[in-house]
Write a protein that binds this ligand. Structure first.
Ligand SMILES: O=C(O)C1=C[C@@H](OP(=O)(O)O)[C@@H](O)[C@H](O)C1
Ligand SMILES: C=C(OP(=O)(O)O)C(=O)O
Length: 426
């Protein structure tokens, strides 16, 4: 297995132009494919997760042109995919798997959707149950409640509200919201249980509105999609820089210098931009521009005790920043970490212990007490989880070398992460 040794670092200095947001890229590509008309999407993320979405759309017969660097011209098919039979491999991309399941279940056709082994352990039952209430025909090809899936043409019935659980993944609600306009009928959704990861629903509703579909809502409990909704291609869409990817560099600035991330600003539609507020609570000096954020070294890193439900991805970065505080930090309300790329609570606990931290894990929380001195040359397993690899690179800023196993797993969302990291850290 490939390993990467990062030298002991003291300083992080400079500006990084962020890669495009994964969440916005994959939503926009799908909405553009479902729309009537042509959309030019700029600053699209180039990574494994977006490649899976692009390949899937191409297999479905959608016309895609890569007309400039990271810019795609998508000719929408108005919800009627040209290819009515296809086998789609979606890797470990939740933002491709869940939304495509819903769109294909309502669009009509015979499809099989599969992914990597881990994707087949990530739940999808709540979404399938909701789609079946709407008349979808979906079968589990492996274990009930999990991919791979077989989809056949639906008999759509939206006479009753569709109930969907929101407490395992917000991607299920996102998927349903984005797909329901294909029915052309009025559709009502009722969320059962406490919805997690709420800001991702805001991204979904914001982008649907850019494509001309306004969803009426009753807080987080109810959503209504008007009859005769149609996605209309906006001429041009710019994808913001990825706020979760920004978290590593902002953390580096707060721990060890002065780092600016460009491509993301105070009006970002991504919830993970709120990571910067958590970093400020820990002592980082944060300043916002229209299209950049800067983090400057904290006089001292403070401990934190925080509910992370609204920032599930960037919260992993806080676990590493906690190593630089004096005392115990607690990250709460992170049960969803257990069903992502790996069981992230268990993985984080195991690997933090390798650098000397005392860690307690519960079903939905983690506490981290840093050691008096970080252990040098720890060999970190990354569990095919891009965020484990990116997070642990930051340990080197504690003036210790660190060895990252399988560093290329960052390709899921940030293929040149380590090149960019090394440019800024010395
Ligand atoms: O909708 C999205 O773009 C995402 C939602 C979140 O998942 P959950 O809703 O499962 O927490 C997040 O972790 C994931 O990386 C992207
Ligand atoms: C949870 C993540 O990915 P996915 O979109 O596959 O759920 C992530 O990127 O941290």
């Amino acid at each position: 297995m490939e390993q990467l040794t990062l030298a002991a670092g003291h300083q992080a200095q400079g500006t990084l132009t962020l890669p495009g947001s994964k969440s916005i890229s994959n939503r926009t590509l799908l909405l553009a494919a479902l729309a009537n008309g042509t959309t030019e999407i700029r600053d699209v993320l180039a990574s494994d997760d977006t490649s899976r979405m692009l390949e899937a759309l191409e297999t479905l017969g959608v016309k895609l042109e890569n007309f400039a660097e990271n810019a795609w011209r998508v000719t929408g098919c108005g919800g009627n995919f040209p290819n009515k039979e296809a086998d789609l491999f979606l890797g470990n991309a939740g933002t491709a798997f869940r939304p495509l399941t819903a769109a294909l279940a309502l669009a009509g056709g015979n499809y099989q959707l599969s992914g990597v082994a881990r994707m087949h352990e990530r739940p999808i039952g709540d979404l399938v149950d909701a789609l079946k209430q709407a008349g979808a025909d979906i079968e589990y090809l492996g274990n009930d409640g999990f991919p791979p899936l077989k989809i056949a043409a639906p008999q759509i019935d939206l006479s009753k509200p569709i109930k969907i659980r929101g407490d395992v993944s917000s991607q299920f609600l996102t998927a349903l919201l984005m797909a329901l306009p294909l029915s052309k009928q009025q559709a009502t959704i009722e969320v059962v249980g406490e919805l997690i990861s709420k800001p991702y629903i805001e991204i979904t509703l914001n982008l649907m509105a850019k494509f001309g579909v306004q969803v009426a809502r009753n807080g987080w409990q109810g959503f209504t999609i008007p009859a005769h909704s149609n996605y209309i291609a906006p001429q041009e869409i710019f994808v913001e820089g990825d706020a979760s990817s920004a978290s590593y560099f902002l953390a580096a600035g707060a721990i060890a210098g002065n780092v600016t991330v460009a491509g993301l600003g105070k009006d970002s539609i991504q919830g993970d931009v709120r990571f910067a507020d958590a970093l400020a609570l820990m002592g980082g000096n944060i300043s916002y521009g229209d299209n950049h954020i800067t983090a400057t070294k904290a006089a001292n890193i403070n401990t934190i005790d925080i509910d992370c439900n609204h920032i599930p991805d960037a919260a992993m970065t806080l676990a590493i920043v906690a190593l630089f505080a004096k005392g115990t930090s607690t990250l709460r309300n992170i049960a969803s970490w257990r069903v992502k790329e790996t069981d992230r609570i268990a993985a984080m606990a195991t690997e933090l212990r390798k650098v000397g931290a005392i860690v307690e894990e519960g079903a939905d929380y983690i506490t981290i007490t840093p050691p008096a001195a970080l252990i040098p040359n720890a060999v970190i397993d990354t569990y095919d989880d891009h965020r484990m690899a990116m997070c642990f690179s930051l340990v080197s800023l504690g003036d210790v070398p660190i060895i990252i196993n399988d560093p290329n797993c960052v390709a899921k969302t940030f293929p040149n992460y380590f090149t960019e990291f090394k440019k800024l850290v010395s």
